[in-house]
Design a protein around this ligand. Structure first.
Ligand code: SF4
Ligand code: SF4
Length: 776
């Protein structure tokens, strides 16, 4: 269908092989593979259960060699997760002579109707066949990244990741918003040890790791510091940090504590979950780092009494925020978690009754560094409770609108741990855990049994409410095993509240444009095979920022993230070669391109224009100002876009609607996340991945609309340096569309953000409806 004059002089009798993957039913449950196979016009069409397996590799390679294939189409999952794998599998062919038709994330996972999904799959494969015929053999560019990394979040995950990186020779910046590193583990009191069937001091485990981190020459710790913005160009992150003053010079402060004697302000101590008070000048906890006091300026009265008392002259009351720039090769996100607000379940009486507390507060009460120095006491009276009832799944596995459907994974073990500690220290105290299901996987099962032998009682059923009766609290619960309602009188109720994404995770996901899950945790690229990589190249995730997990799993994931960073530091980063190239013979060194490039990718080197491949986005802006036409974007980009459009419109039936959606890597990742989260959108949506949205020219859009596309949707991330440019261009193209006698509303330009994949699905639905109303 496409005008062959627009294509370059490429051999047109290329032999193409199409390899279809059933993906273990992920694709074949929705797409009729037999119909797909028989509808494809290619020199070889093969199907396989799991194409990414080693057997799949053999099938692909054998066919390339025996059937003398020139080009390959892989009809399977997304290039975001599997492109590298299949580029490797098509050897000895050049890696860029392969294209992937995304039948999983963009077809079987977003559509439910088999006939429609199969028709769509046929079209997606046709588009790939057309595109791959225009592909050229090009070599990836290898770039070296700076050997430095930023770890965002100074809890146990961040500390472990930083230490692992530092030991591998990577200069590491550990960035923490709070005045000390340590995170939630500082507050935990004791941790369970199923191997020894005992509980150990959390701080005793954390302290050596913290000390090692503090003293490691490759680690720079930045506390009171948050990330303001990040900008990424292949392998390089330019980060702007905001460093807030401590108002106490950490070099001078000797932690003598004389200042607090004078400070007149008292506020609840957040490090003790508000169970104790602290002064406006304070030290978060005794082993905190930096080992210095800090002033909480929100509460400080600026009376200056502490300044007069300080023997070291360490205190200053005027301080300015500082903006600190950082350039690193990789980032690890370890922004941790927060816990569910128990006030959202008023039926349990938290805040109404002093002795209804959370597991975290119980951890503080029983922690030796806590408000009672480890003695279990009721908050309403100064005595040990004789009866304690724990309520599991408060906010977890909870279908209510403000609850979380997921299991918070650690609360059963936390409850068992705290119950065990109570039973060891106060054997006469009766402890009952009311549970939905007791979940103690793997070795923790031993600890569960140990708890039962220790006298902890278990009752299956989620309590409905907690009330007061005389001096006691009364927990109403249906015992779902005995099938009877019961009321348990108790002195203390402990709520096992859900683990939730932290505010820091939410902030950083927006700043860095990394994907998030439906539950708002930072999303890994693939939960099975890429458990620490994120949607942003060079950014990794670990710990509870990625989802509920215990300390052991957090540390393991932190080490995994650090090893992924070390991989790219050692091996460099392979960059796609679709960047600008200069014909030095034609270039007259006018330097117009240098001044226009938004990405600052061009410079003069040895009296020639030099293009930094790490910075060039292949946007093509420089082409528009180069009078001698000395610049080209490597890789036949224009022709591939024409060919893909043509393939996407092939075989369009009477009355059928096809909307072409152009997205770059960011937008494509957001679209993939729609599929991963199984959110649906209309079958009329056909997604085309481009390197830069700016490469979609007026001629492509007009060509698409003239040849059967009902609408064209261009998505761009507002953080892209070319965003404004593209938006302006779209307005001009609307005029051109009008000149061709078509409705300019058939072109839609839209913002795309990776975290807001649902928003993108909604935009697809809205545009589909709008086009439908135009056709009507
Ligand atoms: S700020 Fe001054 S008074 Fe306060 S702990 Fe540090 S050295 Fe002591
Ligand atoms: S293609 Fe875009 S990013 Fe690359 S050099 Fe040209 S203007 Fe700069």
């Amino acid at each position: 269908m496409y005008d062959k004059k627009t294509l370059n002089s490429q051999k047109l009798d290329l032999r193409v092989g199409v390899f279809i993957c059933r993906c273990g039913g992920n694709i074949s449950d929705i797409v009729d593979i037999d119909k797909l196979k028989s509808s494809i016009d290619a020199d070889v069409v093969e199907e396989f259960e799991n194409l990414c397996s080693l057997n799949g590799r053999k099938i692909i390679r054998d066919n390339i060699i025996n059937k003398e294939l020139d080009r390959v189409v892989i009809a399977s999952c997304s290039p975001i997760t599997h492109e590298k794998t299949f580029q490797d599998y098509i050897q000895p062919l050049n890696p860029y002579l392969m294209d992937m038709a995304n039948l999983r994330e963009q077809c079987s996972w977003v559509h439910g109707d088999m006939d429609k999904a199969t028709d769509k799959a046929i079209t997606l494969v046709n588009a790939s066949i057309e595109k791959v015929k225009q592909s050229q053999a090009v070599d990836p560019i290898l770039c070296q990244t700076p050997e430095s990394a930023a770890v965002i979040g100074g809890g146990i995950s961040g500390i472990s990741a930083a230490l692992s990186l530092a030991k591998q020779g990577v200069k590491t910046y550990l960035i923490e918003k709070k005045p000390s590193i340590g995170g939630n583990m500082v507050k935990i009191g004791k941790v369970f040890s199923p191997v020894k069937l005992a509980e150990e001091c959390g701080m005793c485990l954390l302290n050596p790791i913290m000390n090692e981190t503090v003293w490691h020459e490759n680690i720079e710790i930045l506390t009171n510091t948050k990330v303001l913005s990040t900008e990424r160009r292949a392998g390089n992150f330019s980060i702007l940090l905001e460093s807030n003053p401590r108002y106490v010079d950490e070099e001078k402060c000797i932690s003598c504590g004389k200042c607090i004697e004078e400070c007149p302000v008292e506020v609840p101590n957040r490090w003790d979950d508000g169970l104790s008070m602290r002064k406006a000048i304070y030290k978060p906890f005794s082993q905190s780092y930096p080992d210095a006091y800090t002033i909480d300026m929100e509460n400080c009265e600026k009376c200056g009494k502490c300044m007069k008392k300080c023997p070291m002259g360490a205190i200053y009351l005027k301080g300015e925020k500082e903006i600190v720039p950082l350039n690193v090769g990789a980032v690890i996100l370890a922004t941790g978690h927060k816990t569910f607000d128990p006030n959202l379940r008023p039926e349990y009486g938290y805040n109404r009754y002093a002795d209804v507390i959370t597991q975290s507060e119980l951890g503080r009460i029983m922690g030796v560094n806590g408000p009672t120095k480890g003695k279990l006491k009721m908050l309403s009276k100064d005595r040990v409770p004789r009866r304690v009832v724990m309520i599991q799944c408060v906010g977890s596995r909870d279908e209510k609108p403000d609850g979380h459907k997921y299991c918070s994974k650690v609360c059963c073990m936390v409850a068992l741990k705290n119950a065990n500690i109570i039973k060891h220290k106060y054997p006469d105290t009766d402890v009952i855990i009311c549970y939905t299901d007791m979940r103690t996987p793997g070795m923790y099962e031993k600890y569960y049994k140990h708890g039962q032998e220790n006298g902890i009682r278990l009752l299956r059923g989620r309590p409905g409410e907690v009330n007061k009766k005389g001096d006691s609290l009364v927990v109403r619960v249906e015992d779902t095993l005995q099938k009877k309602f019961t009321e348990i009188e108790t002195d203390m109720v402990v709520l096992s509240t859900a683990i939730e994404p932290s505010q820091g995770s939410e902030e950083i996901s927006k700043i860095m444009n990394v994907g998030i899950t439906e539950d708002m945790f930072i999303k890994e690229t693939h939960p099975k095979i890429k458990p620490v990589t994120t949607d942003v190249k060079g950014a990794y995730v670990c710990g509870t920022a990625q989802g509920p997990k215990d300390i052991t799993d957090s540390i393991m994931q932190a080490h995994a993230a650090a090893s992924k960073v070390a991989e790219i530091m050692n091996d460099g980063l392979e960059i796609e070669p679709f960047v600008a190239e200069i014909d030095d013979e034609k270039c007259n060194l006018c330097e117009d391109c240098i001044s226009i490039c938004k990405y600052k990718a061009m410079s003069i080197k040895d009296e020639m224009i030099y293009i930094d491949p790490m910075s060039c986005s292949g946007c093509g802006k420089c082409l528009t100002v180069c009078k001698p036409r000395a610049i080209n974007i490597h890789g036949n980009i224009d022709e591939k876009i024409f060919a893909t459009i043509s393939g996407m419109l092939k075989g369009k039936k009477e009355g059928e609607k096809r909307i072409l959606v152009f997205l770059d890597q960011v937008g494509y990742t957001a679209a993939d996340n729609i599929g991963v989260n199984r959110v649906d959108y209309p079958e009329s949506i056909y997604i085309i991945k481009v390197h830069s949205v700016n490469r979609v020219m007026p001629k492509h859009i007009i060509y698409a609309l003239k040849n059967g596309a009902d609408g064209v949707f261009i998505g761009e991330y507002p953080g892209d340096l070319m965003y404004q440019e593209v938006e302006n261009k779209m307005n001009q193209i609307r005029e051109e569309i009008k000149d061709h006698g078509m409705n300019p509303e058939r072109l839609q330009f839209s913002n795309v953000y990776i975290p807001y994949f649902r928003g993108l699905a909604n935009k697809f639905k809205e545009f589909d409806a709008k086009i439908g109303s135009m056709d009507a």
